[in-house]
Write a protein that binds this ligand. Sequence first.
Ligand code: BEZ
Length: 291
Amino acid sequence: MAQSACKYNHIFSFSKGLFHVLRKDITLKIDVYAIYLGSEWKKAYDLYHGSKKNNVIMDNQNFGMPRIGEPAPEFTANTTRGKINFPADYAGKWIILFSHPADFTPVCTSEFMTFGSMQAGFEKLNCQLVGLSIDGLASHIAWLREIRNIEWKEFKNIDVEFPLIEDISMNVARKYGMLQPGESETKAVRAVFFIDPAGVVRAMIYYPLSLGRNFDELRRVLIALQTTDNFRVSMPADWRPGDPVIVPAPSTMDALKKRDAGEEGDIACHAWWFCTRKLPKEEVESKLGKQ
Ligand code: BEZ
């Protein structure tokens, strides 16, 4: 104890931020830190966190992570609707590609029933749903058949018509950062990728195994992305169709002068760089799904 008290004092004097990290890990790795006192504290930290990383299956060579604004990683795969060539088969459409941890599990079942009930709505938005888990086709098919017989909330007789990828090899899960070994080494997390009609990743959301997704939010994100493209505007926090949208900030002194002189029409400014305009819900909706 005397040693750790001494160590605490020492670390405290170096960095308050590090102190917090060390406190969190102290029960596990007090020995490592106790050896590396004084100016060696950083080595101790790297040693511990490095060894922790080596214990899991993730390494940078085998695991990718898509990035917003870049082309969606390509793959071919078997699905419950036949073979697909992704994203080429869906060129001209928006895609929501999502992973789930495992077939025949309750949270995933609730999600598939919700997605299944919303698929016609996504089609109207020119959006194709594509699911994935690290299970085989036979399991997928058996699970989807069973889902038809399950009743939950207002849902029953749900036919899941969108393709569900079998990814036993984890080829796709690896490319899309769906495997996050700190959460599970054998199951994909609940990842969601929004891919635009040109095959570019536009948004990503990751959820842990224990939490079912918010499907209103998934729909809201898709609508917001399409509205950004249709009207060249941004959306403030919690935006929903019908709410004011953000107009671009002036990029020249002349444009700023116009803004200051109120020459830009009906906009409301909270700061010269934070102005909104009305965008009626009907106008938003008239362009959805038209890309
Ligand atoms: C589920 O969908 O219920 C679930 C799947 C994997 C881990 C935990 C929960």
